[in-house]
Design a protein around this ligand. Structure first.
Ligand code: ADP
Length: 363
C-alpha cells in the first residue's frame, strides 16, 4: 500500500468493498442469477470508487497538498524550483510528499542541532572571555587600592605597583586585540591583501624580532640546515607574518631551556610547506585534536604566566583556512612539536600581482 496514488487507493478499496458486498448479497439472496451478482458487483464498485475518489481528492489529498506546498515553498526559497511543484502534485504525490517530508524533517533537525551547538558555544565563549578579563582587572584593582591606601607615599612600592598595573593593562589590551581579531575572522569575512613575497625573508625578519625573547630562555632560532634559499609565495604577507610569529612565539613559550626552534620549507608542486619545529614540552596526544580550539590550553597557568591568551592557534588556523590552505600539528609529550602549514607558490607572472580576496572562513 506504500506510495499509491489516490486513484490506485480508490480502485483497491472499491474492489474490496464490492467483493464483500457481492458475497453478502450472494448469501442473503435466494438463488441469485449470475447477472444479478455481476450487476451488484459493478454497481457497488462504481459507486464506492466515485465516493472514495471524491473523498480522498477533496479532503485528505487537498490537505496533504497544502502541507506539501508549504514545504515546497520553504524548499524553493533555497532551491528556486517553483515550477516543479504543480507538475509533481499531479504525479506520484504521495511518494514525493513522503520523501520531501522526510528530507524537510531531517533538515529541520540538523538546523536545531546547529542552533543548540551555537548556543552552547556562545555560553562557553562568554564564560571564557569574562574569566580571561577578570584576572588582569582584579590585579589592577589590587594595585590601585594598595596605592590609594598609603602605598603612593611608600617609595619602595609605588613605582613597582604602577609598573605591575601597567603590565596588566598591556595584558588586557592583548586579550581585547585577540578577541577583536577572532570576532572579525568568525564573522566570516576576512579581506586578504594577496601579494607576492619571499616567505623565507619574512621568516628571517620574524626570527630576528624574537631573538631577544628566545635568548632569555636560552633557545636558539634558525633555519634547518641553514637553508635560506628564497621562496616566493602568494598570500597576505601581514597575515602570514601573524601566523609565523605566533608559531615561533609558542615554540619559545613552550620550549625548554637550551632548546632550539627550526624553520624548514618543503616544495610541494603548487605549494610551499612551512614547518616550525621545537624540542620543547610537547603536547599530550589526547589534547592534539583540540589544540586549535579557542581558549584551549594544555597548561592554563603556564600559558597565562607567559602572556598567552589561548586564542593564538585558533587565529592562526582561521588565517590559513581563509587562504584556502591547511595547517597541521605533530607532537610528542616531552620531545617537541612541529606545526606545518601550506602556502600557495607565486606563479611566474611578470605583471603587478597584487589583488584583494574576500574569503569566507569556515567556522
Ligand atoms: P596560548 O596563548 O595559550 O599560547 P595558543 O592558542 O597559541 O594559546 O595555544 C594553545 C595551547 O596549545 C597552549 O596553551 C599550549 O598548551 C599549546 N601549545 C601551542 N604551541 C605549543 C608548542 N609549540 N609546544 C607545546 N604546546 C603548545
Amino acid at each position: 500500500m506504500k506510495n499509491l496514488t489516490p486513484h490506485q487507493i480508490s480502485i483497491r478499496a472499491s474492489l474490496v468493498i464490492a467483493v464483500a458486498y457481492t458475497l453478502l448479497s450472494w448469501v442473503s439472496l435466494s438463488n441469485p442469477t449470475k447477472l444479478v451478482i455481476v450487476f451488484h458487483f459493478g454497481l457497488v464498485f462504481v459507486i464506492s470508487f466515485l465516493v472514495m475518489r471524491y473523498t480522498i481528492g477533496h479532503f485528505i489529498y487537498r490537505k496533504i497538498k497544502l502541507i506539501y506546498k508549504t514545504i515546497q515553498k520553504e524548499k524553493s526559497k533555497k532551491l528556486e524550483k517553483k515550477e516543479e511543484t504543480s507538475s509533481i502534485i499531479h504525479e506520484d504525490l504521495m511518494a514525493r510528499v513522503n520523501m520531501d517530508v522526510q528530507a524537510w524533517a531531517d533538515s529541520q533537525r540538523q538546523e536545531i542541532d546547529r542552533l543548540v551547538a551555537d548556543e552552547q558555544y556562545r555560553k562557553e565563549f562568554l564564560g571564557n572571555v569574562s574569566h580571561e578579563l577578570k584576572t588582569p582587572i582584579f590585579n589592577i584593582q589590587g594595585y590601585i587600592l594598595t596605592l590609594l591606601e598609603g602605598g603612593l607615599e611608600d617609595e619602595s612600592i609605588n613605582r613597582d605597583y604602577l609598573q605591575r598595573a601597567d603590565k596588566s593593562v598591556d595584558r588586557l589590551i592583548h586579550i581585547v586585540e585577540d578577541l577583536e581579531t577572532i570576532s572579525q575572522l568568525e564573522a566570516g569575512h576576512l579581506e586578504l591583501d594577496m601579494d607576492k613575497f619571499d616567505v623565507v625573508a619574512l621568516t628571517r625578519d620574524i626570527l630576528k624580532s624574537q631573538e631577544l625573547v628566545a635568548r632569555d630562555s636560552s633557545i636558539t632560532l634558525g633555519f634547518k640546515d641553514h637553508d635560506e634559499k628564497p621562496r616566493e609565495a602568494m598570500a597576505d604577507k601581514e597575515r602570514i607574518r601573524q601566523v609565523i610569529t605566533n608559531l615561533i612565539v609558542n615554540s619559545i613559550r613552550y620550549g625548554k631551556k637550551g632548546g632550539q626552534t627550526e624553520v624548514r620549507f618543503y616544495d610541494m608542486d603548487e605549494n610551499w610547506l612551512v614547518e616550525i619545529s621545537d624540542d620543547g614540552i610537547g603536547i599530550p596526544k589526547k589534547h592534539l585534536p583540540r589544540i586549535f580550539e579557542r581558549f584551549f590550553r594544555v597548561d592554563k597557568s603556564r600559558s597565562r604566566e607567559r602572556g598567552g591568551t589561548g586564542l593564538g592557534l585558533s587565529i592562526v588556523k582561521h588565517i590559513i583556512e581563509a587562504h584556502g590552505q591547511t595547517i597541521n600539528v605533530r607532537s610528542t609529550e616531552g620531545v617537541g612539536s612541529t606545526f606545518s602549514f601550506t602556502l600557495e607558490k607565486a606563479k611566474e607572472r611578470p605583471s603587478n600581482q597584487r589583488f584583494r580576496k574576500t574569503s569566507t572562513s569556515p567556522s
